[in-house]
Write a protein that binds this ligand. Sequence first.
Ligand code: NAD
Length: 431
Amino acid sequence: MTRSRIAGFYNLTLDERRAQLADAADLPLSDLLPFNSLLPTDIASHMVENVVGTFSLPLGIALNFQVNGRDVLVPMVIEEPSVVAGASFMAKLVRAGGGFTATSTDPLMIGQLQVLDVENAEKAAEQILANKAELMAHVDAAESSLKSRGGGARELEVRIIAESPIGKFLVVHLVYDVRDAMGANAVNTACERLAPKVEAIAGGRVHLRILSNLTDKRMAKATCRIPVKELAFGRGDPTGRPYTGEEVRDGIIEAWAFAAADPYRAATHNKGIMNGVDPVVIATGNDWRAVEAGAHAYAARTGKYTSLSTWSKDDEGNLVGELEMPMAVGIVGGATKVHPAAQAALKLMGVTTANELAEIIVSVGLAQNMAALRALATEGIQRGHMSLHARQVAIAAGASGELIEKVASQMVAEKMIRMERAEEILKESQG
Ligand code: NAD
């Protein structure tokens, strides 16, 4: 049984953290070895083209997460400071209210066929719908291991695009259950198989045959409820009075309202959500461009770009957060199967279905959203960011080992976090 609370984790050495992590996850340390080794170039060179090397990023563990009553240790691959700490801290507050509750739809992807040159779009649409069962059976008749695992065609829809730069045309949507795969290749293959049949039935010419990344039939949703007293905290400036829970809660709701109403704010608000989402998507070898594309297209679904999350209070005054978004991620196929660290990440989280992974990812997105809103609604984002930012500046200035912390904390104390100052302090420290 995994424990996601590990006291003082940030104070440990890297080796101690790995040992504690394996213990908390109830896994042999060897299962986590891929986290501290580079992706072998012979694997890399089979993944993409023209490989000359690999590029690594930090992998941190978000602690304290409890999703649907289960403790989860969450691997996050990210270059930005404060994200892992922010997610872990918010997960701790959410835990006090029972953790995250998450749900997801069936893993239904949409494949699109663009049908051009039909004489009468309405008539062609009717013909396709009249032959729906036959068309879906044709897709499913193909040899596919996905079918034997319970996936396959689920629905066929037709849309008429009345106006476009090339005039009116028809679009067929194949709704396809991809089970535990992200499904892009599976859907594209199914679309290619379907195309000649659609042409035969509707006339015209099938042009594009490709999945849509607006996977609004493959959604995941997380909710959390934080007892208002958990939100109270003291100011960084000890002379100021502490923030009350009510103040923090109402500040978060006001901050969310800004994103709900204004696309300029919503873009940054949703970026904060993706700060939680993408690192887990990347750690598990999934396609984060696909998830990003789906998230933003969904955020603009009404014609006006808006917040992906909502924040409110319940009758007892608790803060309630909800995040619902498309989540096309898999645990088989793509890079998830070939990247050893992605395999280790899935093992660490103990996920056995793509749905479970999606549910964890939206929970982390919601936690990260709350971390940003809480900071913005109270002390401002820079306070928390500064010490970590200072460390990065110190490293960039050439500090290593203990000097990183020394140079960084002096810059924070002086409220001057600049490369030139880091270089000066470094020079002074080195005598
Ligand atoms: P994939 O092609 O490896 O297909 C997954 C396969 O795994 C299935 O066809 C099935 O045979 C097998 N499988 C084994 N166990 C399964 C299970 N329990 N559930 C489902 N399938 C199981 O991978 P994919 O997920 O179809 O494609 C993902 C890749 O496609 C990603 O790397 C993505 O980057 C890429 N891609 C994305 C886009 C896009 O998003 N627009 C377009 C093209 C390709």
